[in-house]
Design a binder for this molecule. Structure first.
Ligand code: AMP
Length: 222
């Protein structure tokens, strides 16, 4: 019997968190997943008050305020069962502390944190080629994961678009911001003995290592 998995995927934008999550969902269909970026993009698409506020930050490649994103993610988490993947949250030390304070009393704290370590040069070229299906968050790439029909989502047939923050200038800010804000975050999880880093420059190289790490964790005695 496998233990529940409560996984945080860390990694700079373009490191392949979304791609790895999609692959993991195929292996573990009962896993729930939440991407903080997808939640925000959904709000922007729907023109909500939160979306209008968030887009000011996102366009510039800046992080949205901690309280705003924390509330949104907790709302999703509260509907989840025992096993889940977090993508993009927590992103700052404060968010990690808030999350721990929320999950600890429920006995459901994060069990594993995996950082995807991909070279900046690979990330920059991936981002230039990235297309996204906004309603689902599914991503495609002109080189290594093309849609079946160019410009259209494989599942719904709806059009793919470029993310407004997938441009060179915003990317440079996001990469810099990632490094600064995640250093204390990584230390937070390292101190708890649950941080693992997987390096590689393609998702096919990273995936089997990621899967092994998750399986090993889920077989550990509770
Ligand atoms: P992502 O799709 O994870 O790359 O997120 C896109 C953008 O949404 C980020 O560049 C931030 O502006 C915002 N965002 C997503 N998650 C968070 C978070 N946990 N904290 C603050 N801002 C976030």
């Amino acid at each position: 019997m496998l233990n529940p998995i409560r996984l945080l995927l860390l990694g700079p934008p373009g490191a392949g968190k979304g791609t790895q999550t999609t692959k993991l969902l195929k292996q573990f269909p009962n896993l729930k997943t939440v991407s903080s970026g997808d939640i925000l993009r959904q709000h922007i698409r729907n023109g909500t008050r939160i979306g209008v506020l968030a887009s000011q930050f996102i366009k510039q490649g800046k992080l949205v305020p901690d309280e705003l994103i924390t509330k949104l993610v907790f709302k999703h988490l509260s509907t989840f069962n025992d096993s889940w993947i977090l993508d993009g949250f927590p992103r700052t030390f404060i968010q990690a502390q808030n999350l721990s304070q929320y999950l600890n009393p429920l006995n459901r704290d994060i069990s594993l944190v995996i950082e995807l370590d991909v070279p900046d040069s690979v990330i920059m070229s991936r981002i230039e080629e990235r297309w996204v299906h906004l309603p689902s968050g599914r991503t495609y790439n002109d080189t290594y994961s093309k849609p079946k029909v160019p410009g259209l989502d494989d599942i719904t047939g709806e059009p793919l678009v470029k993310r407004s923050d997938d441009n060179k200038l915003a990317m440079q800010t996001r990469l810099k911001e990632y490094k600064t804000t995640t250093a204390p975050l990584k230390q937070f999880y390292k101190d708890r003995g649950i941080l693992t880093t997987i390096s590689g420059d393609s998702s096919d190289v990273i995936f089997p290592i990621l899967l092994d790490a998750i399986l090993e964790k889920s077989r550990e005695a509770l």
